[in-house]
Ligand binder design. Structure first.
Ligand code: SF4
Ligand code: MG
Length: 328
């Protein structure tokens, strides 16, 4: 069978007065049924844009200029907004950083859950309400039978994100796109929410595309990881290989920033330099100005994803790991 989600050669452009900015360029990856794909990289790498393109919520004037996105084999990248709205909700659920983006302040959470459920599933009002209460219970909201009639502002940030997770799962979608789902939350509840998201998606058989800049979250949740840099996927592979046997120098640096369990989770990247701006993406390998391994070819020719030991990496000089476990 085709992968659940198949993204091929995706290009997203933003026309501006000074020319067209290419925000995503030739992005390809897939997500298999039931798996968690972590999408990681520094701010500005194109992680959120990739998620937005998949769920059909690119901010204008951003547009898909080339490539294909397929859900269960069927193209979804050029659908009319109305059709895309139906797919979102029924087949793809979305969770954003700020729970308030997904909730309407004027309606109780019950009204919103029941409406979503009834839009997508053939259930009566009473059945939908029962299902909504069960979903709230599943997400660990205490006294769900009473809380269902409360408004979003009556919930704490963490409880609100639980409501959003319930909403995203309401119509039993096959895929959840979660963009920094815990970044806005208190550090003490981030791990709980991530564990909850993972467990619920497993229970409901949903795959997850988890966009985050937090390597700790990736390490704890993902089956596979795609690393993005300057609008491209530069490495992709199973999570253990990305962490311990990464081949792309950028990933190697990124993984140096995974805090151990006892360390401060706030510790950030330790790669010198910054992600390039979209209007100044370096030639060849976009990472070359920051790369210790760069050679002349890296400035001239752009590497494509290719087998690099345990992972696939876009690099002319992938880092290899020897039998001793030392990187070369
Ligand atoms: Fe570094 Fe060259 Fe590999 Fe780019 S292609 S990551 S510059 S070694
Ligand atoms: Mg983002």
């Amino acid at each position: 069978p085709p992968p659940l989600l198949d993204v091929r050669h995706l290009r997203v452009e933003f026309p501006t007065r000074h020319g067209t900015l290419r925000a995503l360029d030739d992005v390809s990856f897939d997500i298999r049924a039931g798996e968690v794909l972590g999408v990681v990289g520094e701010s500005g790498a194109g992680k959120s844009l990739t998620g937005a393109a998949i769920i059909g919520l690119l901010e204008p004037p951003g547009r898909i200029a080339a490539g294909e996105i397929r859900l269960e084999g069927e193209r979804i990248d050029q659908l009319p907004p109305e059709t895309m709205r139906r797919i979102r909700g029924r087949r793809i659920g979305a969770i954003f950083q700020d729970p308030l983006t997904s909730l309407n302040p004027l309606y109780t959470v019950g009204q919103q859950l029941v409406e979503t459920i009834r839009t997508h599933l053939p259930l009566s009002q009473a059945q939908a309400r029962e299902r909504a209460i069960r979903l709230l219970q599943d997400t660990g909201i205490p006294a769900a039978e009473a809380r269902i009639d409360h408004y979003p502002h009556q919930f704490s940030g963490g409880m609100r994100q639980r409501v959003v997770i319930a909403l995203a799962l309401a119509a039993e979608p096959r895929l959840i796109v979660a963009d920094e789902p815990t970044t806005a939350l208190d550090v003490s509840i981030q791990a709980q929410i991530i564990a909850l998201l993972k467990r619920l998606c497993q229970d409901h058989g949903a795959a997850v595309m988890l966009v985050t800049h937090d390597m700790g979250v990736i390490a704890e949740t993902s089956d596979r990881v795609a690393v993005m840099y300057a609008g491209r996927v530069v490495e992709i592979g199973p999570v253990a290989d990305i962490i311990h046997r990464s081949a792309h120098p950028y990933t190697v640096g990124l993984m140096g920033s995974i805090p151990a369990m006892h360390e401060d989770r706030e510790r950030l990247l330790q790669i010198d330099g910054a992600m390039p701006r979209l209007n100044a993406i370096p030639s060849g390998c976009a990472f070359h100005p920051r790369c210790e391994r760069a050679v002349a070819r890296c400035q001239r020719e752009r590497p494509e994803l290719a087998d690099a030991g345990a992972t696939r990496a876009a690099c002319w000089l992938p880092v290899s790991v020897g039998v001793s476990g030392e990187r070369a």
